[in-house]
Design a protein around this ligand. Structure first.
Ligand SMILES: Nc1ncnc2c1ncn2[C@@H]1O[C@H](COP(=O)(O)OP(=O)(O)OP(=O)(O)O)[C@@H](O)[C@H]1O
Ligand SMILES: [Mg+2]
Length: 313
């Protein structure tokens, strides 16, 4: 049975960060199980990342959970981490979540929605790959004919497939601000040429692999955002969440039409409903009708099934 969790409650663990969807806890080494691998394979610090069932729309966290959403998100991420492990190492450790939970916490509530990760030094950019011209990429193109400084052919239409996938980094905005696309030179100034190139190569390699994989299952991967981090030895890992509907634009291939903006895969029902309300898109968000919650839940379940082949009842 899927579980529902709006906010983590893990007495004794230090909350490091609460995002819109995920709660991140510090995991000191002494909390790891005695049989956890040690040595070079698992040095440094660790995190417990919990995907809750919170849903955000227009950047506001809504009061109602989507039951099981965090479990589905976490499983989609885990699926892709495993599928792409041959392309780049990732932050997962394989350490059993139940083994690090405080005594008295129900493991069933956390097991499927959480991961124990290496704590890495974040590369301070959002690494975005785009295969189609949509969202902020489409806006920038209309204004300048380029996206993140990459000049594109004239006459491209909204949602059109690009001649080849492009790497369009953006800043990681502070809370409340919006991310801003930056060109590669600006990224080079921020992180140095060598790391910038490794991140660009990894982003495009993983995007192309995932886009091919999804296309074979009737889903277009229009664009996606990765986050990368480095360990004490400077080794590069993909971290955070990976290729989820929250970090990616997935489109059903059979509804794709150039010149139109395809609906959001997962949040369309919520957005359509919210547009019927007189709501200023500032917190607190409104309650959702049961039908909107269920249809949204079903979209996450569909993504998990189509991509990872995992069926949720
Ligand atoms: N392995 C890791 N090591 C260190 N930091 C990590 C790792 N994986 C993810 N992070 C960081 O943890 C944080 C996760 O936050 P989360 O995505 O839940 O919220 P957010 O990015 O602040 O906001 P939003 O809800 O808009 O995504 C991010 O700052 C991310 O960069
Ligand atoms: Mg995030």
């Amino acid at each position: 049975m899927p579980t529902t969790l709006l906010q983590s409650d893990l007495p004794g663990l230090t909350l490091r960060h609460r995002g819109k969807v995920r709660d991140v806890f510090d995991l000191p080494r002494e909390r790891l199980p005695a049989d956890a691998p040690s040595g070079a394979a698992l040095t440094g610090d660790f995190l417990l990342m919990v995907a809750t069932d919170r849903l955000s729309a227009f950047d506001v966290v809504l009061p109602d959970p989507i039951p099981g959403k965090g479990e589905m998100l976490c499983q989609i991420s885990n699926f892709w981490f495993e599928k792409t492990a041959h392309l780049l190492p990732n932050h997962l450790t394989g350490i059993d979540v139940a083994s690090v939970l405080p005594a008295g916490v129900d493991p069933a509530l956390y097991a499927k929605r959480s991961v124990v990760t290496k704590r890495l030094k974040p590369v301070p950019v959002e690494a975005i790959a785009r295969g189609y011209l949509i969202g902020s990429g489409w806006k920038d193109y209309q204004r300048t004919g380029a996206v993140s400084g990459i000049a594109l052919p004239d006459g491209l239409r909204q949602a059109e497939k690009l001649p080849e996938p492009i790497f369009t980094p953006s800043t990681k905005a502070a809370v409340g601000d919006h991310d801003e696309n930056i060109d590669f030179d600006t990224m080079v100034k921020a992180v140095g040429p060598e790391l910038a190139e490794r991140v660009r190569d990894a982003t495009l390699r993983i995007y192309s692999f995932a886009a091919d994989y999804a296309a074979q299952r009737g889903i277009l991967l229009a664009d996606t955002k990765f986050e990368f981090g480095t360990d004490a030895d400077g080794r590069l890992y993909v971290m955070d969440e990976m290729l989820t509907p929250d970090s990616s634009r997935y489109w059903p291939a059979d509804e794709y039409e150039v010149g139109t903006s395809p609906p959001s895969y997962d949040k369309q029902f919520v957005r359509d409903y919210l547009e019927t309300l007189d709501w200023g898109k500032t917190a607190p968000g409104p309650a959702l009708p049961a039908e909107v919650i269920e249809r949204t839940r079903a979209k996450y379940a569909e993504a998990l099934q189509k991509l990872a082949g995992i069926v949720v009842e």
